[in-house]
Design a protein around this ligand. Structure first.
Ligand SMILES: [Zn+2]
Length: 454
């Protein structure tokens, strides 16, 4: 059996693993490379395998760096079933359609590729096969899979795959145990091989309670200065976590009531999907709903779907709070607000998401004096604040806790290898060392394109 690492190996984005046996070829995730334009160009390259030879695709969750190249995979000949949870399938349509719109804006050549993609999105939606958590799915006589809670975004899954007498566990992206709304990552038992993420393998987050306190303090300080609080946010999960906390802060009068804009059509639509799947929420969120609270609705909240509504935010005098995409300030409506308010010393930019190398968000976080937004140099006078704990990725402690469950439930020597993926060089190597030291396991960091015999 061979495991090929064609994405999220030595880097964070482009998740795409190919598992090849004498009988079958399957892929786990098929995501976009994101970040620098050099990285994005890789999305147009042909796959390093024949998509028409792939029997099945398994999708851990709906972030674009895990699903974004599905239309291309289908366009290039893949015609098998795609397994994912129901929320992932619903999110996938919205995420893929949005990504296509962004893509179309960039150039004519891309528009041609994009038109083809549009048909493939429709095709993809028909190829999806929904799976329930914790149910063993017999895919064919050689392969069974079980999707387990990953606690990263709604519908996210760890995939346990039994294939030709070996059990391989793909972590997908893992959340932490205190993420609002979501259940904790499931405790996985036993594995021969583990392919795990390491986005924050070298870091420790603030707890979610501390995050809420930082939100509270930052909001109060910005309001006191009569400024604008800008929060660049990912549409999926981060925005819903923020709304969940703002709902609590506003309804318990912990912050003054000011207009809070969600200025992202995608985030608004994804939040509607969240509302449909409350059976997947954690105990606390379910209890709030049972008590009659709508966790995504509170006084002052304004959802701006249209461009006209978005532009009208300018006419609302500060103080105000604006949550908008994109999460790394690489495009989207947040740029308009950043262009306007980054030069304003009363305002605050609160970074709540992981900022990939090369992105505008990363530059701002690194403390540059000015940035170029829509061909204009914008000086940065606003305060820049950051919360690490809002990440939907677990930190080192969470990742080790997750792996420890597998180690403790496995007989000695059962786990043959841990592949540390989905991380930048530093975080992967720190996590790999920690795994070797704590568990005496073999931990490797595969490079992009590497093929390993299992
Ligand atoms: Zn993710």
């Amino acid at each position: 059996m061979k495991l090929h690492f064609y994405g999220a190996a030595g880097i964070v984005t482009g998740s795409n693993y190919l598992l090849e046996t004498s009988q079958n070829k399957v892929v786990v995730d098929c995501g976009l490379f994101q970040g620098t334009s050099r990285m994005e160009k890789k999305n147009l390259e042909p796959f390093p395998y024949q998509p028409k030879e792939i029997d099945f695709a398994f999708i851990t969750h709906a972030h674009l760096d895990h699903i974004g190249r599905l239309p291309k995979l289908i366009g290039d000949g893949f015609n098998g079933r795609i397994f994912a949870t129901r929320p992932t399938i619903d999110f996938a349509r919205l995420m893929l359609e949005d990504s296509q719109r962004v893509f179309e804006k960039k150039s004519v050549r891309r528009r041609i590729v994009s038109q083809r993609n549009s048909q493939q999105i429709e095709k993809a939606m028909k190829m999806f096969q929904p799976v329930e958590y914790d149910q063993l799915v017999k895919v064919n006589q050689n392969i069974s899979v079980c999707f387990r809670e990953a606690g990263h975004v709604l519908g996210s899954a760890v995939i346990e795959m039994d294939i030709e007498d070996k059990k391989i566990v793909f972590s997908g992206d893992l959340g932490s145990t205190d993420t609002p709304i979501l259940r904790d990552p499931a405790k996985i038992e036993e594995a021969d091989y583990v392919v795990m993420e390491s986005t924050y393998g070298d870091r420790f987050h603030e707890s979610k309670e501390e995050c809420k306190n930082i939100i509270e303090n930052t909001t109060e300080e910005t309001i006191a200065r009569n400024g604008v609080l800008m929060i660049p946010s990912f549409s999926l999960e981060r925005t819903q976590q923020l709304l969940y906390h703002f709902n609590e802060l506003v309804e318990n009068n912990r912050i003054p009531q000011v207009p809070i804009f969600v200025d992202s059509p995608l985030a608004i639509k994804l939040t509607e999907v969240y509302s449909r799947y409350s059976e997947y929420y954690d105990k606390e969120a379910k209890a709030l709903i049972k008590s009659g609270d709508d966790i995504f609705k509170f006084p002052g909240l304004k959802l701006t779907l249209t461009t006209k509504e978005s532009k009208a935010i300018n006419d609302v005098p500060p103080p105000k709070i604006i949550i908008a995409g994109s999460g790394m300030s690489q495009g989207g409506r947040i740029l308009h607000h950043e262009k306007r308010y980054l030069p304003d010393s009363r305002s605050t930019l609160l970074i709540v998401a992981y900022q990939t190398k090369g992105t505008l968000g990363r530059k701002i976080l690194n403390g540059v004096e000015g940035v170029k937004i829509m061909r204009e140099i914008v000086p940065i006078e606003a305060r820049i604040k950051r919360i690490g704990g809002y990440s939907s990725h677990g930190d080192q402690k969470d990742l080790i806790w997750w792996l420890e469950n597998i180690v403790q439930s496995s007989s000695p020597k059962k786990i043959k290898k841990v592949f540390v993926c989905h991380g930048e060089e530093e975080s992967s190597s720190v996590l790999a060392q920690k795994i070797r030291g704590d568990f005496n396991l073999t931990a490797e960091i595969p490079q992009l394109g590497e093929i390993v015999e299992l």
